[in-house]
Design a protein around this ligand. Structure first.
Ligand code: EPU
Length: 420
């Protein structure tokens, strides 16, 4: 099993071009089953989750090839509406194929998706929305069998109890080829939703209001192929900025989505790091010793502080002057990385959704296991700031979302290597 060996103590310095967004690329790849033709998806990160999405596409009969951050898909002739359980289990995003396959094939068979273990991750909102859109759904032997009652899914008014990212994406994907108008109230406003809508609009879809809480979709009879470039990954951006805050140094992120990162930037700025933003770029300088964040950091749906950046910022705050407090409001179990940080010398108390981080003078290298994608990235950030050498195992979690993270960190002067 591969591991990262990280020697702490080097300041980070240099420029990095940010990868394309994982959480945009995956629903966009699912969306590529909707048009009857070819799509070229550019700036697609090379990640294990993206490879899983391309295996799903192949198994549906969509021709999908991948080369140098470009994905070519051809869904002219789909041959199956069934996604095998094994592929469904490889990642959470497999569930958004449900809406897309239903939109195009009027039926689909899926199962409960996999993904990071962040506590219970039900799909009740996805299922009840699909039912409202005229889909019969039954569960048998772990399989979820879905069929449209008439010849197409039907437009519907859907009020989400919570602005779920995945449920919003699934509804949009099913609605673009549905019969009539679909209105989503309390829709997720994450930038990745707008990126998905940008792709679908280029394919001819009629969608209004993305980025707002009310999205209106008018179903079309057909969509056509297009060329599209995936937005930059705001969470990878938050990760490299947090690493620099933790280890000290100065870096410039290029191809960065400044406006989309604002909820994160406004918090990291409070640590005393110098931040400057320009067109598609972000500069950060950290003296190595940062300040705790005075206000409680509450993870919230966009435009709140992103849950996906909680772990990496926490790693930086472990050696800050003073005490910082996180409140995790999106997932029930998203502090699994804290044991590893404590093993490295951090002072962290977790009580339910609250984590209190008292800054310590030093972290020390340790042997730790990545618990999930962002937790693993937090361990790399902590290891870069620590005295001594850390060994991080189970890094397949990290490879699900970061494109060649060790090359990116080495480019910035960090001492990290991947070993077998
Ligand atoms: N939820 C339900 N029922 C549902 C759907 C969601 O109770 O039917 C709950 C979830 O259990 C969770 C909360 O609602 O407690 C938020 O879930 P949401 O559906 O918004 O998240 P998701 O679509 O499963 C995406 C990202 C996550 C990111 C969240 C929140 C992808 C592939 N995943 O997940 O990204 O944390 O939105 O922003 O887009 C990551 O990249 O590390 C990651 C976990």
């Amino acid at each position: 099993m591969q591991k990262f060996i990280v020697k702490g103590g080097s300041r980070l310095r240099g420029e990095l071009k940010l990868q394309g967004s994982k959480n945009s690329a995956l629903p966009i790849m699912a969306a590529s089953v909707l048009p009857e033709g070819q799509c070229l998806i550019e700036n697609c990160p090379e990640l294990t989750d993206v490879y899983s999405a391309s295996r799903i596409l192949n198994c549906l009969g969509c021709k999908c090839s991948f080369s140098k951050n470009k994905v070519m898909t051809d869904s002219s002739a789909l041959s199956s509406a069934e996604i095998p359980e094994k592929l469904m289990g490889e990642m959470r995003s497999s569930i958004v194929f449900m809406g897309a396959v239903l939109g195009r094939m009027k039926e689909c068979t899926v199962s409960i998706p996999g993904g990071c273990e962040l506590g219970p991750r039900p799909i009740d909102m996805h299922i009840s929305a699909m039912r409202k859109m005229g889909i019969d759904i039954r569960e048998t032997g772990g399989r979820i069998i879905c069929r449209t009652r008439s010849d197409r899914p039907k437009g519907a008014k859907i009020n989400l109890n919570f602005p779920s990212v995945g449920a919003t994406e699934n509804i949009i994907l099913c609605a673009v080829l549905a019969d009539g108008e679909t209105i989503i109230n309390n829709a997720a406003r994450e930038p990745e939703i707008s990126d998905l809508c940008g792709f679908l609009r280029k394919c001819g879809a009629d969608i209004k209001g993305d980025g707002e809480s009310r999205i209106i979709i008018n179903g079309r009879e057909k969509l056509h192929g297009c060329e599209y470039s995936v937005m930059p990954d705001r969470i990878a951006g938050a990760t490299y900025l947090s690493m620099t805050a933790a280890a000290g140094g100065e870096i410039i992120l290029r191809n960065a989505c400044v406006a989309e990162l604002e909820p994160f930037l406004s918090v990291i700025e409070q640590t005393g790091c110098t931040l400057n933003t320009g067109e598609n770029k972000i500069y950060i300088r950290s003296a190595g010793r940062i300040r705790a964040v005075r206000d409680r950091i509450r993870t919230m749906p966009h435009p709140g502080f992103p849950t996906d950046a909680q772990a990496v910022l926490m790693a930086a705050l472990c050696t800050a002057d003073g005490t910082s407090v996180f409140e995790e409001n999106i997932f029930d179990c998203r502090y699994r990385h804290t044991d590893a940080l404590v093993k490295m010398g951090a002072d962290i108390q977790v009580m339910g959704k609250i984590a209190v981080i008292k800054g310590v003078k030093h972290l020390y290298g340790a042997n730790v296991e990545a618990t999930d994608l962002r937790g693993g990235a937090a361990m790399i950030a902590a290891a870069l700031a620590a005295e001594g050498t850390s060994e991080i195992s189970r890094i397949y979690h990290v490879d699900r979302g970061y494109e060649k993270i060790e090359e990116a960190v080495r480019l910035l002067g960090g001492d990290i290597k991947r070993v077998q």
